[in-house]
Design a protein around this ligand. Structure first.
Ligand SMILES: *[C@@H]1O[C@H](CO)[C@@H](O)[C@H](O)[C@H]1NC(C)=O
Ligand SMILES: *[C@@H]1O[C@H](CO)[C@@H](O)[C@H](O)[C@H]1NC(C)=O
Ligand SMILES: *[C@@H]1O[C@H](CO)[C@@H](O)[C@H](O)[C@H]1NC(C)=O
Ligand SMILES: *[C@@H]1O[C@H](CO)[C@@H](O)[C@H](O)[C@H]1NC(C)=O
Ligand SMILES: *[C@@H]1O[C@H](CO)[C@@H](O)[C@H](O)[C@H]1NC(C)=O
Ligand SMILES: *[C@@H]1O[C@H](CO)[C@@H](O)[C@H](O)[C@H]1NC(C)=O
Ligand SMILES: *[C@@H]1O[C@H](CO)[C@@H](O)[C@H](O)[C@H]1NC(C)=O
Ligand SMILES: *[C@@H]1O[C@H](CO)[C@@H](O)[C@H](O)[C@H]1NC(C)=O
Ligand SMILES: *[C@@H]1O[C@H](CO)[C@@H](O)[C@H](O)[C@H]1NC(C)=O
Ligand SMILES: *[C@@H]1O[C@H](CO)[C@@H](O)[C@H](O)[C@H]1NC(C)=O
Ligand SMILES: *[C@@H]1O[C@H](CO)[C@@H](O)[C@H](O)[C@H]1NC(C)=O
Ligand SMILES: *[C@@H]1O[C@H](CO)[C@@H](O)[C@H](O)[C@H]1NC(C)=O
Length: 682
């Protein structure tokens, strides 16, 4: 090659370098996450995740000083002289990780740094997270003795897992002035992804608020997928905070919340894991969270209520959630290696919990009484019966996938049927039209058990219609108050309620509740405007559980809690109507419900390939397009366009009238072979 051509060649290599260089992941973790989004399109503008793993504040929220009392807004650049007492930086969305502050000082002193998820707790002390309940977390300090440049890097164990606002304040006896030159945050969550926006699922509809809610659930789950050595320290530190606990195997693990507890909680995953599947697709974090529960199982078969180092014990419901989680994970991944590795332990777990069923009533006698936050738990509590029913039903399917030869599948299916009869006989309140809190005379009709009865199919159509109706008696303009946790609104339990109404084919009710509850939070200027909250009170304050007046201060509430991400899976699975019914979607179901929407589209990935659906509803007909991988098979369940009137259906232009199954204003057709198809229903 001639020298000039060599030069061109070398230059072209240099020009390529920045493009081909992969963005790095968190610290030393392998970048095993996806590189790019599976479904590129305009809906990606709804993704809250930043495009870089290193971010800076988007704006200054306010400056408070003795001489300048009024707050004002100022845009970037945010460099400022610290003769003012305190400046509040706003990252614009929930973030979390390691903060670096570069500054220049004119003399000795210190700057303090404090963090908050909600606007309400902005100040010189961070919101509360350490779990010792001795007050809020306080501040970090960068101390300096003389004039010059400085850089403060947050120590690893002081990683702040979830915040939107960062307050910086000056402490000095003299006339020191500090110039804040730069603030940057190295994001720690979703540690194996180089591109935080590389979602493997999407959702888009004619309702902008619902779209934002879907993405706020997805982003919350990203902030809850954390490096395995950044769990909350146990025993809890009483001053400040420490996030250096070891959580489990692998590089990334799904915890309950970004700020706290930063621990694995299998019950939370009952909502979180299905929403991960339809959105980010990060099932690696789900797998590691489940594996740690198997790794710490007690010799009698009991799972802990939470993962290490927290390792709470004594919860029959959360024990069962680890089992349900196993089913969900294998359904989404077909990871039979994981299933077989843990199968003996799963059976032991089933024996442990089923051994508590009382022969005379046929009901579970709950003796491990810790639970999600409901006041009462124990004896023949109805919610626990619903979870056991679902555990047995899903266990029966898992036994088949594990190719179990001990006839477990049939046995568990039988036991589920016996339990369903017992629940309907002992726990139902015919006069009220819903389940009681347990099999005694009580006037409490809980949100959790009744929502799960709808979702898990414990009742026939008549009872389902009544439950769906009576559940609305708990509603307020900003969400459903849970009778079993009075005064509190739980988007966790409401996530079951939303799916319950949808399973009972009440889409208007489900969308109404999503808009009231999640819509209220996402539009609340005091919140993160990007994530889903752990819980709140009937009067619209954020103090979930603080009304009980013992340990919780209002700022302890987590504003990025995956257990509240239910609308994300609900909108995909029921409104769009797309679900997998056997591992990775070898069989699937498409059963849209329109509610008041004009259109919806979305999809997700499995190891078989892409699944996607889009529908558009007009007055006299609707059109539905779908794409499913080759070699798969599924049912289309199509709502009637006019109630009571069998519709005419075409698929790819062909009239469909044979093999259609009509029930409850829906027509079901089986479609084999995969590919892209167009359905018109009039
Ligand atoms: C990366 O790993 C090496 C070896 O395990 C360790 O010495 C180093 O501190 C790690 N770096 C970071 C930034 O964690
Ligand atoms: C406030 O204003 C007074 C009078 O102008 C001035 O002497 C003082 O230094 C100012 N204080 C601060 C903190 O800027
Ligand atoms: C801030 O300080 C860090 C740590 O010393 C340094 O790596 C970084 O380059 C500095 N950034 C700026 C913008 O000065
Ligand atoms: C740094 O400054 C803060 C605030 O004045 C003070 O409480 C703390 O003790 C100082 N830390 C050190 C190591 O000097
Ligand atoms: C985490 O940090 C705390 C506070 O510095 C310390 O007491 C504890 O031993 C550390 N824990 C681990 C697991 O490193
Ligand atoms: C699921 O995994 C099993 C065992 O690895 C395999 O035989 C089967 O083909 C897989 N199913 C699908 C749908 O990928
Ligand atoms: C349920 O468990 C409690 C606590 O162990 C026990 O006192 C009670 O007798 C049990 N009830 C039944 C029906 O087995
Ligand atoms: C039944 O439920 C009610 C309402 O939660 C509760 O007050 C009562 O203690 C429960 N009874 C038993 C035996 O669990
Ligand atoms: C439910 O548990 C309570 C408390 O142990 C008991 O009094 C009641 O008889 C039980 N109900 C049934 C149907 O077993
Ligand atoms: C936000 O918080 C402020 C201060 O606590 C309060 O006055 C205001 O009503 C809150 N806004 C909403 C929408 O809750
Ligand atoms: C909201 O309700 C809680 C208890 O239910 C109460 O402690 C709190 O003061 C109330 N806050 C407002 C602003 O009404
Ligand atoms: C379609 O629905 C029918 C009736 O519920 C069921 O028996 C069949 O297995 C379903 N087919 C597929 C492919 O899921």
């Amino acid at each position: 090659m001639a020298p000039v051509r060599w030069l061109h060649f070398l230059l072209s290599l240099v020009a390529l370098l920045p493009v081909s260089r992969a963005q790095s992941c968190w610290r030393n973790t392998t970048c095993s996450g996806p590189r790019g989004t599976a479904f590129p399109g305009p809906w990606e503008s709804n993704i809250y995740a930043p495009s870089s793993r290193t971010v800076s504040p988007r704006r200054i929220l306010s400056i408070a000083s003795p001489n300048k009392t009024a707050d004002y807004e100022e845009s970037i650049p945010y460099a400022l002289h610290m003769d003012e007492a305190m400046v509040v930086f706003d990252f614009g969305v929930e973030v979390g990780g390691i903060v670096t502050v570069n500054y220049t000082t004119t003399g000795p002193g210190a700057i303090g740094m404090a963090f908050s998820e909600a606007k309400n707790w902005i100040g010189q002390s961070s919101d509360s997270s350490n779990g010792a309940f001795k007050g809020p977390d306080g501040a970090l300090y960068a101390n300096f003795t003389k004039a010059g440049h400085g850089a403060f890097v947050m120590p690893d164990h002081k990683l702040r897992g979830g915040f939107r606002y960062m307050t910086v304040f000056l402490i000095s006896d003299g006339p020191t002035c500090v110039h804040i030159e730069n603030i940057s945050l190295e994001i720690a969550f979703q540690p194996t992804w180089s591109n935080l926006r590389a979602y493997q699922g999407y959702f888009n509809s004619s309702d902008k608020l619902l779209n934002r809610i879907w993405y706020s659930g997805a982003y919350t789950l990203q902030t809850n997928a954390v490096p395995v050595d950044t769990g909350r320290q146990v025993p809890m530190v009483e001053e400040g905070w420490a996030n250096n606990g070891t959580l489990g195997p692998g590089d990334t693990i799904l915890v309950d919340g970004a700020k706290r507890d930063r621990a694995v909680w299998p019950g939370d995953m009952g909502i979180a894991a299905p929403s991960v599947f339809v959105s980010t697709g990060d099932l690696e974090s789900v797998k590691n969270a489940l594996q740690v529960m198997y790794n710490t199982q007690a010799s009698n078969g009991a799972f802990d209520e939470s993962g290490p180092p927290l390792s709470q014990k004594n919860s029959d419901t959360y024990h069962m959630w680890s089992m349900v989680g196993t089913f969900n994970y294998v359904l989404f991944t077909n990871d039979t290696e994981f299933l077989l590795k843990n199968w003996d332990k799963y059976q032991k777990a089933m024996d442990f919990v089923y051994g508590k069923v009382d022969n005379s009533s046929g009901l579970l006698n709950v003796t491990g009484t810790r639970d999600w936050a409901r006041w009462q738990q124990g004896f023949n509590n109805t919610q626990a019966q619903m979870i056991l029913y679902h555990t047995l039903k899903t266990g029966s399917r898992l036994a088949k996938w594990a190719e179990d030869t001990k006839a477990l599948s049939g046995r568990w299916e039988h036991q589920a049927e016996d339990l369903r009869r017992a629940i309907n006989e002992h726990c139902w309140d015919e006069e009220y039209g819903a389940f009681k809190d347990n099999a005694t005379e009580t006037s409490l009709h809980p949100q959790d058990a009744n929502s799960m009865a709808l979702l898990y199919g414990v009742v026939g159509k008549d009872r389902a219609d009544r439950i769906s109706e009576t559940l609305t008696q708990n509603w307020t303009p900003i969400g459903a108050v849970a009778p079993e946790l009075p005064e509190n609104i739980s988007p966790f339990i409401s996530s079951f309620e939303v799916q319950g109404h949808l399973n009972a084919r009440q889409p208007e009710r489900a969308l109404d509740l999503i808009r009231r509850s999640w819509g209220w939070y996402l539009r609340n200027p005091n919140g993160t405007e990007s994530t889903v909250i752990e819980g709140y009170l009937r009067n619209g304050t954020f103090g979930y559980r603080s009304d009980r007046g013992y340990m919780y201060d209002e700022s302890y509430v987590s504003h990025a809690h995956g257990w509240s991400a239910g609308p994300t899976s609900a909108l995909t699975n029921y409104i769009l109507g797309l679900t997998v019914t056997s591992p990775v979607g070898l069989t699937w179901k498409i059963a849209p419900q329109f509610g008041d929407l004009k259109s919806a589209e979305g999809g997700f990935m499995t190891s078989l390939g892409k699944f996607s659906v889009s529908w558009e509803k007009k007055l006299e007909h609707y059109t539905l397009h779908f794409v499913v991988p080759q070699g798969t098979r599924g049912n289309l369940t199509l709502p009637y366009i006019r109630s009571g009137e069998e519709p005419s259906i075409t698929i790819d232009g062909n009239d469909i009238y044979r093999g259609v199954y009509y029930i409850d204003d829906t027509a079901t057709v089986t479609v084999s072979g995969g590919g892209a198809h167009k359905v018109v229903v009039r």
